[in-house]
Design a protein around this ligand. Structure first.
Ligand code: F6P
Length: 326
């Protein structure tokens, strides 16, 4: 394998807190080893358009604590086409980029895998998504911060819910994955947690509310992942108020506040470790893999495996919720 000299870096898909810390780590590691590093703005779309610039170590000063991504991000439809990929490869070659670091989630690695079926360029992925829905890593960059944001919000909701004896339905992010709902719900002592990975039987949800009503439990908080198959906060509101018209019910959709904000220490450390590991993997010829952390060790998983696998939900936690909220 020929020596790598010029590394391109991009962030793609939904942003996540800690992406900047990962960019910083990649840039600083490249600079340390005398490699050139090129920032590619707006993910694959910027790659297609040649929105590429040379980065220096000072470009990443004072960003470790900032949410968002200084490289900006996008979900590029054009990159999914043969023409788009051809243009992207042309731009990468024109800038002399001979390896890539890709920071993103499931969609980012799907796009990458598709691209590498046609074009040969060494690449390493870094998992950056609040959803934590990737195999090959115990944690993704941004997940910890997003859960902490949700926890802070739900705690506040519990205060007002208790003051008014209200039932609250809080919808958190997670289109296909329930990790944010599961973890924020447990951390906030939610009475019910509804996630895409487990079938929702609305009668059971209603029966649990009925049970709590009979016991005169004043607060009932339901945390639902946006991707739950029954629906989000709106659908649960309709079902609950139809069955219990006298109940005082409110909804709160936390939405994109979960994607922003200063990353937690855990996300900054994870991002720093993965950025450093990604550049070193490229230096040593370990490519077309995603860097992850499993049992506190850096592990590399081939892109093909990352996108085909399904990160399993911890069933013991689901069982525990029933016990703790009874
Ligand atoms: O993939 C991360 C995520 O935040 C999902 O949880 C959510 O469904 C989606 O992105 C929202 O995407 P957008 O910001 O494009 O609306």
């Amino acid at each position: 394998m020929s020596k790598i000299n010029n590394i391109g870096i991009l962030t793609s898909g939904g942003d996540s807190p800690g992406m900047n810390a990962a960019i910083r780590s990649v840039v600083r590691t490249c600079c340390y080893y005398g490699l050139s590093v090129f920032g590619i703005r707006r993910g694959y779309q910027g790659m297609i358009e040649g929105d590429i610039f040379k980065m220096q170590t000072t470009d990443v000063s004072n960003i470790i604590q900032r949410g968002g991504t200084i490289l900006k991000t996008a979900r590029s439809k054009e990159f999914m086409t043969d023409e788009g990929m051809k243009k992207a490869y042309g731009q990468v070659s024109a800038h002399g980029i001979d390896a890539l670091v890709l920071i993103g989630g499931d969609g980012t690695f799907r796009g990458a895998n598709h691209f590498f079926e046609k074009y040969t360029i060494p690449a390493v992925g870094i998992p950056g998504t609040i959803d934590k829905d990737l195999v090959g890593t115990d944690y993704t960059i941004g997940f910890d911060t997003a859960v902490n944001t949700a926890v802070e919000a739900i705690d506040k909701i519990r205060d007002t819910a208790e003051a008014h004896d209200r039932l609250f339905i809080v919808e958190v992010m997670g289109r296909d994955a329930g990790y944010i709902a599961l973890n924020s719900g447990i951390a906030c002592g939610a009475e019910d947690i509804l996630i895409p990975e487990q079938a929702t039987h609305i009668d059971e949800v209603l029966n649990r509310i009925d049970r709590d009503e009979r016991r005169k439990k004043t607060v009932h908080i339901i945390v639902v992942a946006e991707g739950d198959e029954f629906g989000g906060a709106k659908e649960f509101y309709t079902a609950i108020t139809e069955r219990f018209p006298a109940l005082d019910v409110r909804t709160c959709v936390l939405g994109h506040i979960q994607r922003g904000g200063s990353p937690s220490y855990a996300d900054r450390v994870l991002a720093s470790r993965l950025g450093y590991a990604a550049v070193n993997a490229l230096r040593h010829g370990n490519t077309q893999v995603m860097a992850g952390v499993i049992n506190d060790k850096i592990i590399f998983t081939p892109f093909a495996k990352v996108i085909k696998g399904e990160a399993p939900i911890n069933r013991d936690m689901l069982e525990m919720i029933r016990v703790l909220s009874a």
